[in-house]
Design a protein around this ligand. Structure first.
Ligand code: ZN
Length: 468
């Protein structure tokens, strides 16, 4: 019996992470992510998986982001019945994110049926809330560092990846050709010396490394975000304007809160109310707050017994009525609301209301995909379409760099290099082709080891990493 790795997603693209390891007949899937972005990728979610879900014995989930977890409900509906191992915090965030993803799937299908534009009659959701609940029952939380037995001489454990709450890289030991093969999956890697999370734990020693490459060819803006924000923020407050920050609800909203709270505390920007207007961001902040003081978060979050996640003047708006109350408030204030690319959610109502007034400031704090309203603003369009109306852009705009939760190419190399021996084989995954190729070339040049660029469906025998 040989040990093998199969790439069923996250290969040649940044989404849909799904890696299958088979050792002595035990099959373990690392991550079950949704393909996102371009239509040809999204369609892959609807195809039967290229492996038998019922034949997978266990699943290792590195973190709760949908491109790593969002396929779980479908996998369970298609027959997967094994345990889904993840950290405690990942289990808590996965509940939030999978139920939300299922709601969106159901809404999309309902919308298609109402408009009658689907080729399928009736249009069905990829999965339902009931499917997501079924998957959540299989979650099996494990502490960082505790070994998980997967099979005969086959085990794995998590270490903090510093990417989002609960995120982990995975150290695996698998029997191969009469010895123990050490395999490490990077998961998504966080940044060094960044707010909110501690640095990624050092890469464990290994012979085979599967490394992400989201920013494999890019470096983050070295200008501290507060320096980029300070002046435009002060000016907006002086004009009596509102500062609207469209933000992803999990992770990004909390980093932005931290940034603003600290800057107000230090007198760098005026102290104005901060409103978190997104039920998901409110829930995510509560989950983050539960983990203040444990290994998940930077110990500095707690200052003089007070959590920096709850700065003075923060208000949480969970219900629709609480959200609508914001329309009636005047004077300078910050509204943080989802979605981060302005594709939907409450933030679109605020944008509609605030975009036409030149006193206001819109601050983009994340990646803006092609075709989104966020991208339209970035490109300097004079109008943005909302609720069937072309709304003129009069508010000021700021795109804030450097808030990414992903290691950049230098940080990836720092982690991959580690302080011990280099792995014999590296598989570069989870990146657009240019990113993955650039990182693979750097690994080969700087570490002198073979870096493979697996494609979707590729199977490699380990430890020699010969392609089948
Ligand atoms: Zn991620």
């Amino acid at each position: 019996m040989t040990t093998r790795i199969e790439f069923h997603g996250g290969a040649g693209t940044v989404t849909g992470s799904r890696y299958l390891i088979e050792a002595r007949g035990t099959r373990c899937l690392v991550d079950a992510g949704l393909f996102q972005g371009l239509k040809e990728l999204r369609l892959l979610n609807w195809q039967p998986p290229s492996f038998e879900p019922g034949g997978v014995n266990a699943l290792i989930l590195t973190h709760a982001h949908i491109d790593h977890s969002g396929y779980l409900p479908k996998l369970v509906r298609d027959g997967f019945r094994g345990p889904i191992y993840c950290t405690e915090a990942t289990a808590e965030l996965a509940e939030l994110m999978l139920l939300d993803a299922a709601h969106l799937q159901e809404e999309d299908a309902e919308f298609a049926n109402r408009r009658g534009f689907s080729k399928h009659k009736p249009a069905l959701p990829l999965y339902t809330v009931a499917d997501a609940q079924q998957a959540l029952r299989l979650l099996s939380p494990v502490a960082y560092g505790d070994w998980i037995t997967l099979g005969d001489e086959f085990r794995a454990r998590f270490a903090n990846a510093g990417h989002i709450l609960g995120s982990a890289h995975v150290e695996m030991e698998a029997p191969a050709e009469g010895r123990t093969l050490r395999i490490v999956f990077s998961g998504d890697l966080g940044r060094y010396a960044a707010p909110l999370h501690p640095d990624p734990r050092a890469r464990p020693p290994c012979e085979v490394l599967i490394a992400e490459s989201t920013y494999g060819d890019r470096r983050h803006d070295p200008t501290p975000p507060i320096e980029q924000l300070r002046k435009p923020f002060q000016q907006a407050c002086a004009r009596g304007g509102t500062i609207l920050i469209p933000s992803f609800a999990v992770g990004r909203a909390q980093i932005v809160t931290l940034l603003l709270g600290d800057a107000m505390r230090d007198g760098l920007i005026p102290r104005v109310p901060i409103h978190i207007d997104s039920p998901m961001a409110v829930d995510a902040t509560r989950i983050y707050a539960k983990h203040v003081g444990d290994e998940n978060l930077d110990p500095d979050i707690l200052q003089n017994g007070h959590s920096r996640l709850f700065p003075e003047g923060i208000h949480f708006h969970r219900s629709v009525d609480e959200s609508k109350r914001l329309n009636t408030l005047s004077g300078p204030r910050v509204i943080i609301s989802a979605s981060g690319m302005l594709t939907g959610g409450r933030v679109v109502h605020h944008l509609h209301r605030l975009l036409t007034d030149e006193r206001n400031l819109i601050v983009l704090v994340g990646y803006q995909a092609a075709g989104t309203r966020g991208r339209a603003l970035l490109e300097g369009r004079s109008t943005v379409r909302m609720h069937g109306e072309d709304v003129p852009v009069r508010a000021r705009l700021l795109s804030l760099g450097g808030l990414s939760a992903h290691a950049d190419c230098d940080e990836l190399m720092r982690w991959i290099r580690g302080d011990g021996a280099a792995p014999a084989q590296v598989f570069v995954t989870h990146g657009e082709p240019a990113s993955a190729e650039s990182l693979a070339a750097r690994i080969e040049r700087e570490l002198g080891v073979t870096a493979h660029l697996p494609r979707l469906g590729d199977v490699y025998e380990l430890p020699s990493a010969s392609k089948r």
